[in-house]
Design a protein around this ligand. Sequence first.
Ligand SMILES: [Mg+2]
Length: 241
Amino acid sequence: MTRQYLSVRVGAVVLDIEGTTGSISHVRDVLFPYARKRIASWMRENRSSTEHLGIMHSLRDLTGTADLSEEAAITVLHGWADHDVKAAPLKTLQGWIWARGYATGELSGHVYPDVPEALSRWEEQGIACYIYSSGSESAQREWFSHTAYGDLTRRLSGYYDLTSAGPKFEPLSYETISTNIGMPGKQILFASDVAEELNGARDAGWHTVAVRRQDDERGADVPGHPVITSFDDLHLDVSAE
Ligand SMILES: [Mg+2]
């Protein structure tokens, strides 16, 4: 593939995680099964806690079953986990389970080698960097706190998830982030491996760049968006506005 260098003038960068800053297979093969295996025991061990009550409340809401039992809730969560349904209660619970795994050193967050370098580069340029992922905000923090390159959270200015920003295909979610960052869309660049997410950002007036890693089976064609295989290929200039 021809190497494509992309040059964009921005004030902030918003990054997706899975398939963009870290490998998809790490989530699929390591993190998801780790959480799936611990859903039932977490629910039983944390029964009556505020967290448990919160999960039960949102599950009853989402399923429309006011008297949903804990066992039925576990079945729903298992079903969602098996089909990677990006439902907020599952994402929240996964985040808590992973946090414990990170704390005990059983888990670490995967980042590609060009990511810490890019974060340093942008920090030096004064370009703020944010994360927007369907994984919960706390899961995102844990991921970047425990990487092979150490704690990278120092270089990140904020985190957005399905709860704080909304669904990743929706332009409105990007408008919400833009307002929250305090910068117009035309000064923000969104990097992701998923075309529908990039379309959402573009429709909100953002700059976009598709990231397709060399080991990505989907190939390096993302219609309507420039594509890079590594952040080494992305050159950012600071927006004058
Ligand atoms: Mg992704």
